[in-house]
Write a protein that binds this ligand. Structure first.
Ligand code: EPZ
Length: 429
């Protein structure tokens, strides 16, 4: 398997472009299933997860063309299957997002249950309960969800109240409600910017939708939806990741195309830690001088709180802070897999239940490391930027799922980083 190797100690300088958001693009692609007219998406990142969603949708019969590197047209005019098979769903949990649109448009859908995941149990019960609230008959058998719309083949608008916030369940229900009869109200909906982006596309396709970005969303279902064109919003998690890269390595970088308004909680925390963050014409400018960052406590929360998808990266930063910080993970039950690997690089971290006490150390040392999910992997890249000597990160396929041209972007800002092909990495081990 390929490795990424980082030799730490270089400050970062220059301009780093921010890609379209993976977690916005995936539901937007699924939304194309709602119409027989083409949907064009711009600013779609080139990532393994996008390729997985492309494969799944093609299997349903969606014709997908990528006109250039970042534009994509999806045409769901001729759907050949309403089944999402295990082999494709198990590769990426976001595949479950085809359930709502397939059921709403075709009156039936069979979707494999995604199964467990490295960061937690991650059930989809809220998705299923919400669809049942719209009149669907939902059964589980053979590892699959079998869902059917009521007599007549159309879901009925209704009131769906989520017991806690789920991004994916909110998205699935918004898409299902878009073709349901009458009005649907989602209560305790997720407020993430990706929800707002999906609402914008649905509105462009003809849905009347109000309240996206608040905890109550109203959706007036339509019998048929049209095509649309839409630009994917900038990736706030990629933005936060590179802001923390600059914070840990030191330097002065403009994150081009970034929208600071999408990560206010993150910026507040970084500024309190002594990192310079300012909005400039091109995006966000992030700076850190010679003084180390200061330890600042942080707790993950649903939006607009500090995102769980930046917890691992923030922890990497805090390992070299002056002083200690307490980091609490409230969204996923098993999202500290980076802790032992950071420990192998010299970090001082004690975990107690959902909290990690990080005592800053003067420096980290490079080591061979690996991680079991996307954000944990990138936290090790960040640690490598600050560590003495070389850090070799294995299982690079995790990074390929969510960071477009990671090595090129960091190298262009002066990081000493490269990707080593599997054969060479094995020969050198
Ligand atoms: C989305 O996952 C993101 N993925 C995740 O990003 C992100 O970590 C997560 O939201 C939280 O912000 C995509 O957008 C594709 P949830 P999602 O439903 O929708 C529990 C990354 O690194 N839950 O908001 O699956 C669940 O187990 C990824 O890019 C249920 O119990 O997350 C979790 O504890 C990882 N039952 C919590 O809710 C359900 O039916 C929040 O999950 C649904 C969720």
């Amino acid at each position: 398997m390929d490795q990424i190797r980082v030799r730490g100690g270089q400050r970062l300088r220059g301009t780093l472009p921010i890609s379209g958001a993976k977690n916005a693009a995936l539901p937007l692609m699924a939304a194309a299933l709602l119409s027989d007219r083409p949907v064009r998406l711009d600013h779609v990142p080139d990532l393994a997860d996008i390729a997985s969603m492309t494969n799944l949708l093609r299997q349903h019969g969606v014709r997908i063309e990528r006109d250039d590197t970042s534009s994509m047209t999806l045409d769901a005019g001729e759907i050949v299957s309403t089944t999402a098979p295990y082999d494709l769903v198990r590769k990426m949990r976001a595949s479950v997002l085809v359930l709502g649109p397939l059921l709403a448009r075709f009156g039936k859908a069979t979707v494999s249950l995604p199964g467990g995941c490295a960061i937690g149990n991650r059930p989809v019960d809220l998705h299923l309960k919400g669809l049942a609230d719209l009149g669907a008959q939902v059964e589980i058998g053979g590892g699959y969800v079998h869902a059917r719309a009521p007599e007549g083949g159309r879901l009925r608008g209704g009131r769906v109240s989520f017991p806690f916030v789920s991004v994916g369940a909110t998205e699935n229900l918004m898409m299902a409600a878009a073709l349901a009869m009458g009005e649907t109200t989602l209560i305790n909906a997720a407020r993430e910017p990706e929800i707002v982006d999906l609402a914008r596309l649905l509105a462009a396709m003809g849905v009347v939708i109000e309240g996206a970005g608040t905890d109550t969303v109203h959706i007036q279902g339509r019998e048929r939806l049209g095509g649309a064109e839409h630009r994917v919003l900038p990736d706030r998690i990629e933005t936060g990741t590179y802001a923390m890269a600059v914070a840990i390595a030191g330097g002065d970088v403009v994150l081009q195309g970034a929208d600071g308004g999408l990560i206010e909680a993150v910026i507040d925390t970084l500024v309190r830690a002594g990192v310079g963050v300012e909005t400039v014409d091109e995006g966000l400018r992030v700076t850190r001088g010679v003084d180390p960052v200061i330890g600042v406590d942080m707790m993950t929360e649903p939006y607009p709180g500090f995102p769980t998808d930046l917890q691992a990266q923030y922890m990497a930063l805090m390992t070299v802070a002056s002083g200690a910080s307490m980091i609490t993970e409230t969204i996923f039950e098993n999202r500290f897999m980076h802790v032992p690997e950071l420990g192998r690089m010299g970090a001082n971290i004690t975990v107690h239940q959902a909290s990690a006490l990080v005592r800053g150390v003067p420096g980290l040392t490079g080591a061979p490391v690996m991680a079991t999910d996307l954000r944990a992997s990138v936290s090790l890249v960040l640690a490598g930027l600050a560590a003495g000597g070389e850090t070799a990160i294995s299982r690079v396929y995790h990074l390929d799922r969510g960071y477009e041209r990671l090595v090129e972007k960091l190298a262009a800002c002066g990081a000493d980083i490269d990707r080593v092909a599997a054969a060479r990495a094995a020969a050198e081990e």
